[in-house]
Ligand binder design. Structure first.
Ligand SMILES: [Zn+2]
Length: 404
C-alpha cells in the first residue's frame, strides 16, 4: 500500500522528479528555453556543476523545481512553417542570402537576443569571428560556426563591445577553439578583472559567462584577417567603449549597435545622465564620411544603402533627443523584453526580484518620471499592448521576436 502511494506521488510529480537530478550522461540543450531538456539546468550551471559546493547545488535544484513547475504552464514553441529555415529561426539564426561582398566573409544574421556575427574564413590566415551572440544561444553559435569553418581553425574572436548579446558565446568558443579574444582597449581592464557591474551585466539583469581577453584594440589599430584588413574606429553613443571596423578596400563596415538598417541601440550613457546623443550624432557623421558600401550591423539585415539608414537614424535620434524620457521609456521596454527573450517566461514577482540590482533600470525609471515598480508595470503593459509580451495570470510570457 505504501509502495502504491509512493508510485502515485511519483507519477503526479513526474516533471519535478525528472528535474531533480542532473543528467547522467550528455545534456541536450533546448534552444527555446536555454535549459537542458532532461535536467533543466542552464549551460552555466552544467559547466559549473563539478566545482559547486553542496549548498550551491541544493540552491540550483530548488531553482529547477520552480522551473519545472513553470515549464508545465508554458505553451509549446510557436509552430514555424516547415522547411529549411524553420529550425534556424527557432534557434535564433536566420539564413540570409550572402551579398556581393568578398566570398571569404560570411554574415551570420541572428535575432535580437543574440547579435549578428561576421566570420572571415581565410585559408592562409585562419578564421576570425566578430562578436559571438548571447549565452543562451552559445551552443547554436558553435554549431553554426563549425559548419562554416570545416577544417579551418578559429584563430581570433573580436568583440565590437562587451554587451552581453555580443560576447555571450566567447567563453564556450574560447574553450572549444583556444582562439585569441580581442576586446576594445577601453574595456580591457574591466574584462580582465570581470567587473560585472562595470561590464553592465548586473546593471541590466543580463548574464554573460566569464572569458579571458588576450588582446585589446584601439582606434587606429588594424586587424588582419588575411586578404581583408580592418581599421578600428571608436564608436561612442550606444556604448562609450564600442568600436566599429572598416575594411577600406571593399568599404565594408561592421557597425555594431551604432547603425542598423532602421535605427541603433539604446543610448545607454544618457540613462545615467551622461552624454550619449551628441556622440551618436558624431558617429552618424563619421559613418557618412566612411561611406561604406556594405554595412553589417549588430542586429537586423546587412544593407548597402547606408545613406538611407543614416537619414533614418538621424530622425530617430532627433526624436529621442528632444524628449529624454522617450529614450528612457524605450530602454525600460528593452530591458524587460531582453529578459523575456532570454527566459521565455517569468512570474511577475520573479521579474521584480530579477531586476532588483539592475541599476540602469532604476536610472531609466527615474528619467521616465516613475518609481521602479510603476516603471516595471508600465513596461509590462506597454510590451503586452504591442504584442511583444503576453500575460497569463501572474506569468509573463515572451511573444514574437520583434523587439527594438
Ligand atoms: Zn550593445
Amino acid at each position: 500500500m505504501v509502495a502504491v502511494q509512493r508510485d502515485q506521488a511519483t507519477a503526479a510529480q513526474a516533471g519535478a522528479a525528472r528535474a531533480l537530478s542532473p543528467c547522467v550522461s550528455v545534456c541536450r540543450m533546448d534552444p527555446r528555453t536555454g535549459l537542458c531538456e532532461g535536467c533543466l539546468r542552464t549551460i552555466d550551471e552544467i559547466a559549473a556543476w563539478g566545482d559547486m559546493t553542496e549548498g550551491a547545488r541544493t540552491g540550483v535544484l530548488a531553482e529547477i523545481e520552480t522551473r519545472a513547475a513553470l515549464l508545465s504552464r508554458v505553451e509549446p514553441a510557436t509552430t514555424a512553417p516547415a522547411g529549411k529555415g524553420a529550425q534556424g529561426l527557432q534557434r535564433g539564426v536566420n539564413d540570409p542570402p550572402q551579398g556581393d561582398w568578398p566570398s571569404t566573409l560570411r554574415f551570420i544574421q541572428r535575432d535580437w537576443l543574440s547579435c549578428n556575427s561576421v566570420l572571415v574564413c581565410d585559408r592562409n590566415a585562419g578564421a576570425t569571428l566578430f562578436d559571438s551572440g548571447y549565452v543562451k544561444h552559445a551552443v547554436t553559435t558553435r554549431e553554426v560556426l563549425a559548419q562554416h569553418l570545416g577544417e579551418l581553425p578559429l584563430r581570433q574572436l573580436v568583440n565590437t563591445h562587451l554587451h552581453s548579446d555580443h560576447c555571450g558565446g566567447n567563453a564556450l568558443l574560447q574553450r572549444t577553439y583556444g582562439c585569441e579574444i580581442a576586446v576594445p582597449r577601453a574595456s580591457w581592464h574591466t574584462a580582465l578583472a570581470w567587473d560585472e557591474e562595470r561590464l553592465s551585466y548586473r546593471a541590466t539583469g543580463q548574464r554573460c559567462p566569464r572569458f579571458r581577453p588576450n588582446a585589446s584594440l584601439a582606434p587606429g589599430d588594424v586587424i588582419n584577417t588575411g586578404a581583408l584588413r580592418w581599421e578600428v574606429h571608436s564608436a561612442p553613443g550606444h556604448d562609450p567603449h564600442s568600436i566599429v571596423l572598416l575594411e577600406p578596400q571593399h568599404r565594408l563596415l561592421i557597425s555594431a549597435d551604432a547603425l542598423w538598417s532602421e535605427g541603433f541601440g539604446v543610448i545607454f550613457p544618457e540613462l545615467e545622465g551622461e552624454s550619449g546623443f551628441a556622440e551618436q550624432e558624431a558617429m552618424l557623421d563619421k559613418i557618412a564620411q566612411l561611406a561604406p558600401r556594405w554595412v553589417f550591423p549588430g542586429h537586423g539585415p546587412a544593407f548597402n544603402d547606408s545613406e538611407r539608414a543614416i537619414a533614418f537614424a538621424r530622425e530617430r535620434l532627433a526624436a529621442l533627443r528632444s524628449d529624454k524620457a522617450r529614450n528612457a521609456r524605450h530602454a525600460l521596454k528593452v530591458f524587460v523584453k531582453f529578459l523575456l527573450l532570454d527566459l521565455e517566461f517569468i512570474h511577475v514577482d520573479a521579474l521584480h526580484a530579477h531586476l532588483a540590482d539592475a541599476r540602469l533600470f532604476d536610472s531609466a525609471a527615474r528619467l521616465a518620471g516613475m518609481d521602479r515598480n510603476d516603471a516595471l508595470r508600465w513596461a509590462v503593459q506597454a510590451l503586452c499592448a504591442q504584442g511583444l509580451a503576453r500575460r497569463a495570470g501572474e506569468v509573463l510570457h515572451n511573444s514574437n521576436d520583434a523587439a527594438g
